[in-house]
Design a protein around this ligand. Structure first.
Ligand code: DP6
Length: 342
């Protein structure tokens, strides 16, 4: 209508959006192309409701010859734009007839350095904000998110989201199999683990694994059956089956990291204590499943009725606090996709 057109004709457009990080049940590890951000295998994830990035985008029309001068600040700190940001902004400019500059300010309610896929929430928010500002179709939004960070493309949808690697003649894309409320009792317990030193980035780690690990080939070969196993068990609310697939896939991702040369280690002794704790919690029936990304923090899937018992067990097994083994515990429902807040 009229108001929308007025807004679109303006020299400056502003939007604020929220997006959630996601946690992969079957993980993305390795790229067929860094340039196009094409993964070697499909991955599948859910978003974490209690964590979010809130991102304000200001787009300004710039005149012929003026510098575009994009800026990004995260939690109040201006950051130098790396290749990923440049690629996202360049790709959106390529889609637009006028010239625009972008200024992004993002804040997260979770530690960015904790490796909790914060880049996923951040880039999903930026891509969604750009998409809504310029009325871009969904496939452009997910591609912009992917250009920022591969896993970010999964945060542009809600529910059980599969990122398909794409094939000959079919671009890499994401699809949602079930809405988040398909399994209302599913919960995530996030254990933020104290990290001694900054681990190798997922970008570098994946590159090394793809180049040096022979085991990775076997992992890729079995990807289809694992994705199907997750979709089927999620569909049927079959927690034990889904849990075993999740834990085995996490272990396997960390195994191909260890098979890389030189080897890559993301799990520390606290991570291993968590793994052992979950297996003892599961000794009679499988009630919890751990998964770890490119860092020592654990994301535990469980059901509503087991949260209190699991949390009590964790509290009695670890010291918790800013300088303790575990920095914090959060319990979350499954999240939605990105949304406009202003
Ligand atoms: C271990 O999406 O952070 O979290 O595409 O290079 O930005 P880039 O990597 P990123 O990798 C995430 C890897 C993972 C597993 C996953 O989320 O699937």
């Amino acid at each position: 209508g009229e108001t929308k057109r007025q807004k679109l004709d303006g020299e400056e457009r502003r939007i604020t959006v929220v997006a959630h990080p996601n946690i992969a049940l079957i993980k993305y590890w390795g790229k067929a192309s860094e340039k196009e951000m094409i993964p070697l295998n499909d991955s599948i994830s859910l978003t974490i409701e209690c964590f979010h990035a809130t991102t304000t985008l200001i787009a300004r029309r710039v005149n012929e010859g003026e510098e575009s001068g994009d800026t990004v600040s995260i939690n109040g700190v201006d950051i130098g734009l790396n290749t990923r940001f440049h690629r996202v902004f360049k790709s959106v400019r390529d889609l637009l007839s006028d010239r625009w500059s972008f200024s992004v300010s993002s804040s997260t309610n979770f530690p960015v350095a904790a490796g909790l896929a914060s880049s996923a929430a951040g880039f999903a928010a930026i891509a969604f904000a750009l998409g809504k500002t310029f009325d871009l179709p969904g496939e452009d939004i997910e591609r912009l998110a992917r250009y920022g960070s591969g896993s970010a493309s999964r945060s542009v949808l809600a529910g059980l989201v599969q990122w398909k690697k794409g094939e000959e003649g079919k671009e890499s894309h994401v699809i949602s199999h079930f809405p988040a409320d398909h399994w209302p009792k599913l919960r995530l317990v996030i254990l933020v683990v104290k990290e001694e030193e900054k681990a190798i980035s997922s970008k570098e780690g994946m590159e090394r694994t793809a180049r040096t690990s022979a085991l990775l080939q076997d992992r890729i070969r079995r990807n289809g059956e694992k994705i199907k196993g997750i979709i089927d068990s999620f569909s049927a609310h079959d927690f034990p089956s889904m849990a075993e697939l999740i834990m085995r896939d996490s272990n396997e991702m960390h195994a191909v990291c260890l098979d890389s040369y030189p080897p890559i280690q993301y799990l520390n002794s606290t991570s291993w204590s968590i793994i052992n704790l979950v297996h003892s919690f599961n000794s009679e029936i499988v009630r919890a499943a751990y998964t770890f990304d490119a860092g020592p923090n654990a994301c535990i899937f469980t059901l509503e009725e087991h949260v209190d018992e699991f949390r009590t067990l964790v509290s009695s097994s670890f010291s918790i606090g800013e300088n303790a083994e575990l920095k914090s515990i959060a319990v979350s429902n499954l999240g939605q996709g990105p949304r406009i807040v202003e």
